[in-house]
Design a protein around this ligand. Structure first.
Ligand SMILES: NC(=O)c1ccc[n+]([C@@H]2O[C@H](COP(=O)([O-])OP(=O)(O)OC[C@H]3O[C@@H](n4cnc5c(N)ncnc54)[C@H](OP(=O)(O)O)[C@@H]3O)[C@@H](O)[C@H]2O)c1
Length: 349
């Protein structure tokens, strides 16, 4: 074994820990000895790990599926296989993979199940690939598996400068759709560069302005904001249009239960979906279907391969807002939450 494949048990792991509900500065960085990969597992040496909106909610104890404190956050990563456990082919060693973890990725070394590994093309940069792991899977599945967007259709993307939003805009344009994207005014140049018509989500008469860009209604609306705005999103649909709701960003700072806003949203979507007339209203959850693990993984690997192929071809343009060392995780979280960035803040070793 050469020195690029050092045994994991002689390695020190650096990891970021959320000890409780804290400000970004309260996120701790600690070290511990690495554990060797168990049966069926792989230890990845992290090359890039993402900061997602989910961690903004987790930091406030407001994530729908909130893990108990303390825990190591980190929804996704790209890393190189450093150690493999029993039953895992040795030829994985040294190869680069992407993994959706939900938690645990903000660490220098991350242990995952071999079945969760998606190959990353060698021609792409790790941080750039990282911006498309949770964002790419989410955007691809909502666009192609749920809304089934076709050329010539009109699509509305809320938060078009965000991680998922900027990916949705690009994939919808590649699919041949016309895209309108809401974003703060300061991000309009970036949204336009991605190929969408920008609209300020704080503008008075937002609904009227959005309707002005699609008088017949939108064939698909992607809404991560929730709250009362979801009613507008539904009203903006074309006769056979599809609303895909996938978050409740507007309730991040609202006191009380993290589940209540989501359950209220589910009830609304179910009601709308039951109405006659041909409109669809769905909630997308990236973890749905995980009980049938083989099918779940096969879809995830196939969809991420499509996204990475577009990245490798230069058709998808990665939006790396910043690369910040893992040891400066508090600063990275502060930046990601500042509302000043386009795309994704990525942690690097
Ligand atoms: N259901 C699922 O399986 C799933 C999977 C992945 C992500 N998500 C959800 O997707 C959303 C986006 O995640 P991300 O990682 O892409 O986040 P992100 O990069 O932080 O982007 C968030 C975007 O939302 C906008 N925004 C924030 N608060 C808003 C509000 N109150 N009203 C309107 N827009 C608002 C931001 O605009 P400014 O920059 O102008 O503030 C930004 O464009 C999150 O809600 C997340 O929970 C869901």
């Amino acid at each position: 074994m050469d020195d690029t494949h050092a045994p994991a048990d002689t390695t020190t792991v650096t990891e970021a820990v959320l000890p409780g509900i804290v400000d970004p500065d309260g996120i701790q960085v600690r070290t511990r000895p690495a554990r060797p990969a168990g049966p069926g597992q792989v230890v990845l040496e992290m090359e890039a790990a993402g900061i997602s909106f989910a961690e903004q909610q987790m930091r406030r104890g407001k994530y729908y599926d909130q893990p108990p404190f303390p825990f190591v956050p980190g929804y996704d990563l790209v890393g190189r296989a450093l150690d493999v456990g029993e039953g895992v082919p040795g030829d994985l060693l040294g190869r680069r993979f992407a993994v959706l973890t939900k938690t645990g990725a903000w660490a220098s070394h991350v242990t995952v199940d071999a079945g969760d590994l998606s190959a990353v093309p060698e021609s792409v940069d790790s941080a750039e690939a990282e911006t498309f792991v949770v964002n790419g899977i989410t955007a691809w599945q909502m666009l192609h598996r749920l809304a089934k967007v076709r050329p010539g259709q009109s699509v509305l993307v809320h938060g078009a400068n965000g991680g998922v939003g900027s990916t949705l805009v690009q994939l919808a344009r590649i699919a041949g759709a016309r895209v309108v994207g809401t974003a703060s005014a300061k991000h309009h140049g970036a949204v336009r560069a991605l190929g969408a018509v920008p609209v300020d989500y704080r503008s008075p008469d937002l609904e009227g302005r959005l309707r002005g860009h699609a008088p017949q209604g939108y064939d698909a609306v992607f809404d991560h904001v929730g709250g009362e705005g979801i009613v507008t999103s539904y009203r903006l649909l074309a006769a056979k249009g599809t609303l895909v709701s996938y978050g409740t960003a507007s309730t991040r700072d609202v006191q009380g239960s993290s589940k209540a806003p989501v359950l209220k949203l589910f009830a609304r979507l179910m009601f709308w979906n039951a109405l006659p007339g041909g409109k669809g209203a769905y909630f997308y959850n990236i973890w749905a279907g995980r009980r049938r693990l083989g099918t779940f993984r096969a879809k995830l690997h196939a969809d991420l391969a499509e996204v990475f192929a577009l990245l490798a071809d230069g058709r998808l343009v990665p939006q790396v807002a910043a690369r910040v060392p893992l040891t400066e995780v508090g600063e990275a979280v502060r930046l990601a939450e500042s509302g000043t960035v386009v795309g994704k803040v990525v942690l690097v070793p």
